[in-house]
Design a protein around this ligand. Structure first.
Ligand SMILES: [Zn+2]
Length: 86
């Protein structure tokens, strides 16, 4: 599961079930290790005015594509198994 999180001047993407809290460091999809500030958390009054990290966006797309390909492969192999059983 991916999510966006603004940190250190860019909106990065990360993988994980929870959004990082202020002062927490996370490794973004682009490989950057960034620390979240209070002003990066909308629930604490922060605003996401920073630009999207292009490397994270590309990596997000690449992983989403890979996941989709894997899913459709799994589905088609299931169809094949059913077909063979008939
Ligand atoms: Zn990034």
């Amino acid at each position: 599961m991916f999510k966006w999180q603004q940190a250190e001047g860019k909106r990065h993407a990360l993988e994980g079930p929870f959004a990082p809290r202020p002062e927490e460091t996370f490794t973004a999809l682009c490989g950057a290790e960034v620390t979240v500030a209070r002003s990066d958390v909308p629930q604490l009054g922060g605003h996401w005015f920073d630009p999207t990290c292009p490397e994270c966006a590309a990596e997000w797309l690449r992983r989403a594509e890979a996941l989709r390909a894997e899913l459709s492969r799994a589905q088609s192999s299931q169809v094949e198994r059913v077909w063979c059983a008939v």
